[in-house]
Design a protein around this ligand. Structure first.
Ligand SMILES: C[S@@+](CC[C@H](N)C(=O)[O-])C[C@H]1O[C@@H](n2cnc3c(N)ncnc32)[C@H](O)[C@@H]1O
Length: 244
């Protein structure tokens, strides 16, 4: 019997995920990437992995800055979309981030809360270990995660949104250490219920993974302007790591 698909294998591969998040701010993503490239002083032609790249919004922008980009994602639909942008220094592939891709990079980026989806911490650790294994010597890893403390303290319990004629009803809760978002709607007579489950990982949780994986935390930032991280007030938890 085939194993039941996990939420992240289904939800991100639907058209509804892209409808719900269509207002995601590209200007903000470009602002973040400009700041990151400047801070890291990334030389032209560096090889960068955008791990869990979605439809490739960061990849395409980084490639325009003369960087060689590989975008990987589990969602076949998202990669099929991203492939239209491919060129000799921009490639996309379907890949599970828990596994090591057969290429090494100067930088590995994991952006916009593309982590913490697995129920079992062994799989989170395996993912961090895979990230390290895909780095060249003296490579740099960047993980851009939500700031769990702030999200939990300011949890919007219930929300309704109409997008493309679909009425989304969204409910959030914290359950067994996971920030859970229930997304329900009806489309063409069918009722849908999807769930996003992101582990409420704090900096101290990440530090355990980094220690085990042999990665050194060099810097933390709290937003896309790369200002200092503050556990209570920062919007993001952005971690810059080097191979130890
Ligand atoms: C919140 S989205 C962010 C996408 C992209 N980084 C962006 O900023 O637009 C998370 C992405 O992680 C991908 N994903 C989920 N589980 C994955 C896995 N096990 N391996 C690779 N990608 C995965 C999803 O398909 C989705 O595209």
């Amino acid at each position: 019997m085939q194993a039941k698909k996990q939420w992240f294998e289904n939800w991100f591969d639907t058209k509804y995920y892209h409808i719900l998040y269509q207002h995601r701010n590209d200007d903000e993503a470009h602002f973040f990437m400009n700041n990151l490239v400047d801070y890291l002083k990334i030389p032209e032609n560096s090889e960068i992995l955008d791990l869990a790249c979605g439809k490739g919004r960061h990849s395409v922008f980084l490639n325009q800055k003369a960087l060689d980009i590989t975008g990987l994602d589990l969602s076949a639909q998202s990669i099929a979309h991203a492939k239209q942008f491919e060129n000799k220094s921009l490639h996309f592939d379907v890949h599970d981030m828990r596994e090591v891709y057969p290429k090494k990079f100067d930088y590995v980026f994991n952006l916009f809360t593309s982590f913490g989806y697995f129920e079992d911490d062994a799989e989170n650790l395996k993912t961090i270990q895979a990230m390290k294994a895909m780095l060249k010597q003296r490579g740099v890893l960047v993980i851009d995660f939500l700031n769990a403390t702030k999200v939990i303290n300011n949890l919007v319990l219930s929300e309704k949104k109409e997008l493309n004629g679909i009425y989304f009803s969204i409910n959030r809760e914290v359950e067994n250490g996971f920030i859970v978002k229930n997304i329900q709607f009806e489309d063409e007579g069918e009722f849908y219920h999807f769930q996003e489950r992101v582990k409420a990982l704090n900096l101290s949780d990440f530090k355990v993974f980094f220690e085990k994986a042999g990665l050194r935390l060099k810097e933390t930032f709290g937003n896309f302007a790369l200002e200092a991280y503050n556990k209570e007030s920062s919007d993001r938890l952005i971690m810059i790591l080097e191979t130890a």
